[in-house]
Ligand binder design. Structure first.
Ligand code: 13P
Length: 371
């Protein structure tokens, strides 16, 4: 049975309603420079490694690399590993045994969409939880697309429900295939996956912290072809904007949205420095301890950006103060507005020279017409 993901009537309906791929200026106001969402770097080991011994060795190596980093300072990123289900207990044990100041979360790669019952070869949400998992990947393209299963959006919706009910953090994967991208269907696909996957979840998502979304373009998974940081940012921003229609702006601004697809030690920092990219779901590179550890550390770029944002906010405050004072003087002196802006600019330059503004480039002064 082939999964239907587009050209269903519902799309047209909600596209008309929300105009999903038209960026209205007022909607763009929710552009989120909010780096306080936190960053989440999770490794998806998929069907690797092949033996318990290899899994023990890999877990050990990862902790060996992360331990010193975790100890020097509070890590920026929340870190997790999703091994195959049969390895969860042993990997969890290894991660718990570690002396790491900050524990690494353990996650599952899937759960069944029913609570329990006669489903040979499947794992329930409650079992996954009791095996020590704190999160679960849901709707990975390798399960949607027929490599492992033909999961439907409906089943994914049931799984998301179950995961949240079981206090598991779902990492909800969405993404378009190369063909869909080439046909210009990317936004339809993402909108459908979000719309169908999150049906009825508005109330369950109370703060936005109950879920991570992972944007994984299928064409980038395991291919070495990463989306450009601009493309990834634009698409993730679109996702956040669409989410705001589904669950409300406040929650949409809080939900962490990861990028996944050939993320590696070389491109991680560039991707993570984008304002809407709140982490990564890492496949191949999470199987190499040094590389995974470097990706985790690349998330520090978020902290740096956050500090810069604080500096910029402070600078803007100062600027507003100058504006207010200057406006007062302007009113007293009855000089023209354009001169007011000239005056303000001069004052700003003065401040820059005195290095009192740390982020002067963030401020735009637009001279206005004289009054
Ligand atoms: P790669 O990092 O190997 O491209 O895999 C990404 C992925 O599918 C994570 O879930």
């Amino acid at each position: 049975m082939k999964q239907k993901t587009y050209n269903i009537p519902a799309i047209t309906k909600f596209q008309q309603k929300y105009q999903t791929n038209k960026a209205k200026p007022q909607q763009l106001k929710i552009a989120s420079i909010n780096t306080q969402r936190g960053t989440a770097i999770y490794g998806n080991w998929k069907m690797n490694p092949s033996t318990v011994e290899e899994a023990v060795a890999l877990s050990h190596d990862i902790m060996l690399k992360l331990d010193p980093y975790f100890k020097t300072k509070p890590a920026t990123a929340e870190v997790g590993i999703c091994p195959p289900s049969g390895l969860m207990t042993i990997v969890n044990g290894m991660l718990l045994d570690s002396r790491a100041a900050k524990p690494v979360q353990i996650g599952a790669q899937n759960i069944h969409h029913e609570k329990k019952g006669a489903f040979t070869g499947e794992m329930s949400a409650s079992l996954v939880k009791s095996l020590g998992a704190s999160c679960v990947i849901i709707g990975h393209s390798e399960r949607r697309g027929g490599q492992s299963a033909y999961e439907s959006n409906k089943q994914i919706n049931q799984k998301l429900n179950l995961a949240i009910d079981s206090k598991l953090l779902p990492i909800f994967c969405i993404g378009e295939t190369l063909k869909e991208k080439e046909l210009g269907k990317k936004y339809d696909i993402l909108a459908t996956q979000l719309f169908e996957g999150l049906k009825g979840l508005k109330e369950k998502i109370k703060s936005g912290n109950e879920m991570i979304i992972a944007y994984e373009p299928v064409w980038a998974i395991g291919t070495g072809k990463t989306a450009t940081s601009k493309d990834a940012q634009d698409t993730i921003f679109y996702i956040r904007r669409f989410l705001s229609h589904l669950i409300g702006i406040e929650k949409a601004l809080k939900i962490r949205i990861q990028y996944g697809g050939s993320m590696n030690e070389k491109n991680a920092m560039e991707l993570l420095s984008q304002p809407d990219i709140d982490g990564g779901l890492i496949g191949g590179a999470s199987l190499k301890a040094p590389e995974f550890s470097k990706i985790v550390q690349a998330a520090d770029v978020k902290q740096k950006i956050h500090q810069d944002e604080k500096a910029a906010t402070e600078a803007i405050k100062q600027f507003n103060l100058i504006q207010a004072n200057a406006l007062e003087r302007l009113q007293k002196a009855k000089i023209s507005r354009s001169r007011f802006y000239d005056t303000t600019e001069a004052m700003l330059k003065d401040l820059k020279a005195k290095k009192q503004l740390q982020q002067p480039t963030q401020i735009e002064i637009k001279p206005r017409a004289s009054v």
